[in-house]
Design a protein around this ligand. Structure first.
Ligand SMILES: Nc1ncnc2c1ncn2[C@@H]1O[C@H](COP(=O)(O)OP(=O)(O)OP(=O)(O)O)[C@@H](O)[C@H]1O
Length: 322
């Protein structure tokens, strides 16, 4: 695969003094779907807006298809489509005219055959002559995608594509995005829905305080940071875990004393499960059932952000309490 976007040591400090991006470097391969996760105010929109040339960086460079977004912005922008967070479109215009107009804005020749293909792929073709104000919220969102695709970009940015959208519509949007990827469009999306990233992304980037904490293939992220929890149900309740069992293990006993919880790292060469079960048996503790649960992306994400918060706190100078 070849890199279509190359972000190198990008920084942005707004005039207000807010440091929204702090030395972000990121390479995005052609044809992938990458999800950017981060809490409110982490810098996701700023990163997208800077790559799209809407926000001027205070440091670093961005190249899109080899074109620098500042010195060669016309060529860079042609390759990009942006679906913004807010629905802001002319309500008294038809769907078809809306996308035609956007194509014109990019200085491209009319190409109704291509726009028909776009509207069909977004199941908007039947609505081509409807006014935007007559459409449902989900259809309006799809018009935003159609607009972003009107000039045939190779990279599509989706800023929280399903914020405030119901579950059925969210799944529909996911299908739309997958279809676009099949057509070869590279997709960068920001989301607050971990399920969305888990469902769709090839790679996941986590942003906090303007810094890119990591970017990893989804499977690797889940495997590397994922922990598993083993639950051991007991025949007889325990008042406390015998000391010879606790040893140096991360074990906990449920309130009713009927089950033991054991957290282990999926990366570890030895999980210690066999030894734990042997020790339980040796102590005469009979096991009724065992089950395991893999941590979700949500838990992995919260752990990462939490770790970063602690690291930030530790690096901040202590306030004087005079
Ligand atoms: N135009 C602006 N002027 C000044 N500060 C801004 C501007 N836009 C964003 N910020 C600040 O920069 C930081 C990053 O904001 P940004 O919108 O990029 O975060 P985000 O991760 O997209 O957040 P959310 O998930 O809430 O959309 C925040 O502290 C925000 O208040």
């Amino acid at each position: 695969m070849t890199a279509i976007i190359d972000v190198d040591h990008l920084s942005k400090t707004y005039d207000s003094g807010t440091k929204a991006l702090d030395d972000v470097s990121l390479t995005i391969e052609e044809g992938e779907i990458i999800a950017l996760l981060g809490p409110n105010g982490a810098g996701k929109t700023t990163l997208i807006s800077t790559i799209c040339g809407l926000v001027v960086p205070t440091g670093g460079t961005v190249r899109v298809g080899g074109h620098d977004i500042r010195t060669d912005w016309r060529a860079a922008r042609k390759m990009i489509g942006l679906v913004p967070q807010e629905i802001a479109i002319e309500l008294f215009e038809t769907v078809m005219n809306t996308v035609r107009f956007t194509r014109g804005l990019y200085g491209q020749r009319p190409d109704d055959a291509y726009l028909e293909q776009v509207l069909r792929s977004l199941t908007l073709w039947d609505k081509r002559d409807s006014l935007i104000k007559e459409l449902s919220g989900g259809m309006k969102r799809r018009v935003l995608i159609a607009k972003a695709l009107a000039h045939r970009p190779r990279v599509l940015f989706l800023d929280e594509p399903t914020a405030g959208v119901d579950v059925a519509l969210r799944r529909e949007m996911w299908q739309v995005v997958r279809r676009l990827r099949q057509e070869g469009v590279t997709i960068i999306l920001t989301t607050h829905y971990l399920e969305e990233a888990e469902e769709m992304a090839d790679r996941i980037g986590v942003i906090n305080h303007g810094q890119l904490l990591l970017v990893k293939p989804k499977a690797e992220l889940m495997g590397e940071f994922g922990k598993k929890r083993l639950t051991i149900e007991l025949y007889e309740p325990l008042d406390a875990i015998p000391p010879e069992i606790t040893a140096d293990r991360a074990l906990d006993l449920s309130e009713d004393g009927r089950s033991l919880g054991y957290d282990y790292d999926t990366r570890a060469e030895r999980t210690g499960i066999a030894r734990l079960l042997a020790d339980l048996s040796g102590a005469g503790i009979k096991v009724r059932d065992v089950s395991t649960k893999q941590s979700t992306l949500e838990e992995v994400f919260l752990d990462l952000v939490d770790e970063d918060e602690h690291a930030q706190e530790a690096s901040e100078p202590m306030e004087k309490t005079a």
